[in-house]
Structures are given as C-alpha cells and as structure tokens.
Design a binder for this molecule. Structure first.
Ligand code: C2O
Length: 493
C-alpha cells in the first residue's frame, strides 16, 4: 500500500514537472512569435527604391552578384494605383500551341513575332520593354528586394520562387505581359497561347471531347525559328534537335553538362511520372504551393518549393539551358512566357482535380501578399494574391488538353498500383510494366510484372518475370521511380 502511494506520488511529481515544462515551452514559443509578427509580404514603392544588388545561383559559377533594380533606368517618382482586372467581360481562350494550324497559325505567328519585335525595341527606360520585364522578374527573384524595415544583411530578402508566392506572382506577371503585347499590337484580343509540354501522348484521345490532344512535348516551332523575334540564341543546343522532347524530371542535383538528350521513348514515361508526382500526390497546401513566405521570413531556398515548381518547372529551365537557367536572364527569352502560361494552366487544372481546391491556402498572409507591376500603360500597379485567384475575372480561360495523360497514370501513387491489383475483371489489361523504360531503368533492372485481370478473382495470376516475390518487384519499381524523380515516394499501402 505504502509502495503504491509512493509510486503514485512520484508519478504525480513527474506530471507536475511535465506540465511546468509545457507551460515554459509555450511561453518561450509565444515570446518568439510575438517578436516576429506574421504579416503578408508587401512590395511597396519603398521596397523598390531600396532595391539593392542581388545574387543568383549559377550551377556553373556558384553565387553570382546580380544588378536588376528598376532604377536608374525606370523612373520611380510615380504614384501607385490599385489593380482592377480588365477582363472586359469577355473570355479569351489561351490555346495549346501544338494544335494551332492553317490560317489561325499564320495569323498568330505574325502577331506574336511582331509583338516581340515591338517589345524588344522599346526604349530602355520603358518598364514594358522585354529587357525591363526580364529585369523585373530578376529583381523579384534574386534577393534584390528586402522586407521593408528589415536588413538584407540578415538575409531578409525576398524571392518569389521556392514558396507559395510562386504561382500567383507568375500569373500576374503573365497577365501584364499579355496586356502589354495587346496594347503594343493594338489588338485587345491577342492571347498568349501556351506550350503544353506535359502531354507526351501520341494517341489522340477523342473520347475527351473538344480540345487539343496531340503531344506538346517538343519545343514549339513558333519559338524555334532563328530568323524571328521569338527566338533566343542563348538556349541549349538540344532544344534545336528534331524529335527531342523536353525532360521534365531533371533533378536539381544533375550538373548541366550531364543533362542527357532523351528520345521520346525514354522521356515520355519519366515526364509522366514527374507530372503525376507534381500534380497528384500532395496532401497539404505546402506540398503543391511550397512553404508559406511571410513578412520577416528569410529568403527561401529550393527545397522550400512546392511539387510543381521543382519538377517539371525547374527541370524545364534546366533543360532549355543557358539563359533559361539563371533567374536574372530567363524572362528575357520569349519562350519563358509560353511555358509559364502552361504552369498557370496547370495550377488552374490542378484546382479541378479531386479535392485539391481544399488544399489551396486560405491564410490571409497569402491572400493579402502584394506586389507592384507596371501595367500596359506604364502605370505602377499594386496587385494582391487574392486579386488573381480567378482566371475568369482576369478575362481568360484555357483550351482543354490531355491532362488525363498524367492524371490516370498509376506509377507515382503506389497505393493506386495496389488498388489495381485488387481491381476486378472490369479492367481489361493493367500494364504495371509502364515504368520499365523509366530511363535509369536500365541501371536498375526490375522484374516485369504482369497481371491477368480477366481471370476470376480467386485465380487471378499476378506474376513477375523472374518468379520473384511480387512485392519485391514493386519495391524495385518504387526505387526506380525514386531514382528518376530524385525524391522519395510514399510506401505502398
Ligand atoms: Cu520565375 Cu520559371 O521562373
């Protein structure tokens, strides 16, 4: 009895101690959070006038100093106006470039090349020129801007990459880019069509209704004619080779010189895996959007990015090579805007998949984050993230394309692979073998898996070529996909 009482007493003391620690820890935590008041990132006129030289990371030369502040060329002695979307109540359709043909293609080529000629020829102090747009992108992504009142020496610099500002910022950037082209061309119907690089499906799928369903994974010809203004000579040589698709799964760890040229056969399954991983595996807002970036946060780094920003986005920049690799030069190449239009489309399309719309941040520090941009009339305009969440309001929509290409592929989501194993005779043939040509597959040979779902459930034959255990074969596939994607996948459930 006495012993039990002592034990109880001891436990009671431990409990008291534990409570004391929790209270202490919580008050420390409160101290810490009250030091840094969370608030949205705000780019103000003050931010712009305090712009300093930034840095960018070059895979070949390391950290490079970068100068891309608006001043002295662009006059900052102006007032700021709040954004009003100019959709004009009409919806223009941004279309997939690979499906433009005939007269429509001829007219578009003419307009687009004329537009970039005009953009390239604007005077240096015009904030709408292609050079200044490149520099604006550069200033926003090289730590040239510092959170107002904080010091760049303490790394309180801003980057709109690698965090939840990435998608909305680029949407606004493109919106103004398109408006500027419309204004210079004197055609308010001009529309920035997109490079549908994520579709590598050769089979035109007519069951999906109206839209564009041919593969879009080659560099669009309209941007690859070296005699026109849409071309930039500073791209990797592989972009000029015929029949070479983009590689959407280049890990950040691969040296630029080691980027391999892959055939359609090699690239398609890799791209599909990267797309499915980027678009269909997130379970919390951070997965797709990247870390929250608020006032007073230090400059984010690449591992803070959301799934789509890493692969395919960074992979695309790296695959295009040269000027596209560096944050300070990339937006000087017209192709930047068409491939970013596809990322904007992918975000829009992601919102429509499953319950993804529940995963879009609702934090006021995201919604109220604000940026400054020069509009089509050179007016410095303040835009908030919440202003651009509906592309309808912005006056455009996207042509339907073959997203089913990557949505329906089971390789990245291994639980769906297991579901497939359990699926009943309705499925005709399930080809779990789809990953056998995942690039690095040749270094990592996995047993072939064949399922015969036509047989009655109890007799269904699940075989692996080497006769080895089916789970080993699947784990092997998982490692193979991980090697390709450069990251770990969820375990089969
Ligand atoms: Cu601001 Cu594709 O990057």
């Amino acid at each position: 009895m006495a012993i039990t009482a002592t034990v109880l007493q001891l436990r009671f003391n431990t409990l008291l101690q534990f409570i004391a620690y929790v209270v202490l820890f919580r008050s420390l935590l409160q101290l810490r959070t009250s030091e840094v008041q969370a608030a949205p990132v705000k780019i103000t006129l003050n931010t712009l006038t305090n712009c300093t030289n930034g840095t960018t990371f070059s895979p070949t030369d390391g950290e490079l100093p970068i100068s891309c502040c608006p001043e002295p060329d662009v006059n900052l002695n102006v007032s700021v106006v709040d954004f009003v979307p100019k959709g004009n109540g009409r919806l223009r359709v941004r279309k997939a470039l690979q499906c433009l043909s005939g007269e429509e293609l001829t007219n578009y080529t003419e307009k687009l090349t004329k537009g970039y000629e005009l953009l390239r020829n604007l005077p240096a102090d015009d904030p709408r020129s292609l050079m200044q747009q490149r520099r604006i992108h550069c200033a926003y992504c090289t730590g040239s801007f510092t959170h107002d009142g904080l010091s760049s020496a303490d790394n309180f610099t801003i980057d709109i990459h690698f965090n939840w500002l990435f998608l909305p910022w680029h949407r606004i950037f493109l919106y103004f880019h398109e408006r500027i082209l419309q204004t210079l061309l004197g055609d308010e119907n001009f529309t920035l069509h997109f490079w549908n690089f994520d579709n590598g499906d050769d089979a035109t799928n007519s069951t999906q209704g109206a839209g564009c369903f041919t593969p879009g994974h080659f560099v669009p010809e309209i941007y690859n004619d070296n005699s026109t203004s849409t071309f930039d000579p500073d791209r990797a040589n592989r972009t000029l080779l015929p029949d070479i698709p983009v590689d959407l799964s280049i890990p950040g760890t691969v040296l630029l010189v080691n980027i391999t040229v892959r055939s359609v056969e090699e690239a398609v399954p890799r791209n599909r895996a990267a797309m499915q991983y980027a678009m269909a595996t997130g379970t919390v807002p951070r997965d797709y959007f990247g870390i929250p970036l608020k006032y007073g946060d230090v400059r984010p780094i690449n591992t803070d990015a959301g799934s789509m920003e890493v692969q395919p986005h960074s992979s695309m920049h790296r695959w295009l090579g040269a000027a596209m690799v560096l944050a300070n030069t990339s937006a000087g190449d017209p192709i930047f805007y068409t491939f970013h239009a596809n990322f904007d489309r992918l975000w829009h399309s992601w919102m429509g998949i499953g319950n993804n719309s529940d995963l879009q941040p609702t934090d006021p520090d995201w919604l109220d984050a604000e940026f400054l941009f020069w509009d089509e009339n050179k007016i410095l305009t303040r835009v908030k993230v919440s202003d651009v969440l509906s592309i309808d309001d912005l006056g455009y929509s996207y042509e339907k394309v073959n997203d089913a290409f990557w949505i329906s592929w089971p390789i990245a989501n291994f639980s769906s692979l297991f579901l497939a194993f359990r699926c009943s005779c309705v499925c005709l043939v399930i080809l779990c073998d789809a990953s056998s040509s995942l690039g690095e597959g040749s270094d990592l040979p996995c047993p072939t898996i064949t399922i015969w779902p036509m047989l009655p459930h109890s007799h269904r034959k699940v075989q692996s070529s080497s006769g080895s255990n089916i789970r080993n074969a699947i784990n092997c596939r998982k490692r193979q996909a991980e090697a390709v994607l450069g990251r770990r996948l969820k375990s089969p459930t």
